[in-house]
Ligand binder design. Sequence first.
Ligand SMILES: [Zn+2]
Length: 176
Amino acid sequence: MSEVLVLNSTYEALNVTTFQRAVKLLFAGKAEMLHGRDRMLASPTLAMRMPSIIRMLYYIRRPMQKVALTKKNVLIRDDHACQYCGTRGERLMTVDHVMPKSRGGESTWENLVCACMRCNNRKNNRSPQEANMTLLRKPRQPKYIPWIQIKRNTLPDEWGKFLFLYNVSIDERVEA
Ligand SMILES: [Zn+2]
């Protein structure tokens, strides 16, 4: 893993980038290295540690964005977990209308949930009650979608203290 955590000048986590892009930012004088890896960059003209965390030297302004209602964002809100059986998966997850469209169910944050194909097929054109299926939690509009999605098992230790906001589960973030 050679991804690099980018911090704003205020030390807030901004995003995750490739080491190539991070090195460019360092050489352009736009960022400083906060933490390097043990590995060195292999280049005949420079000796430098592979960056792990860099910090921008100027402030990157990020407007608060309203979370767009998209299939992808519904899946992110639900942490790719089927809201009926709890199965998790990055692939093959569908977005289910809790109250089916054919029955007047709208496409809103409150009526859309992540569902595995099995549950979606099983539920079919029925309400959860009719199908005798219970939602794990009430779907609601998320306050925000985290910018940074990191597979928790690949998180380098040194990133931890900058990601306190992000390395909790999405459930906790949405409920907060
Ligand atoms: Zn399911």
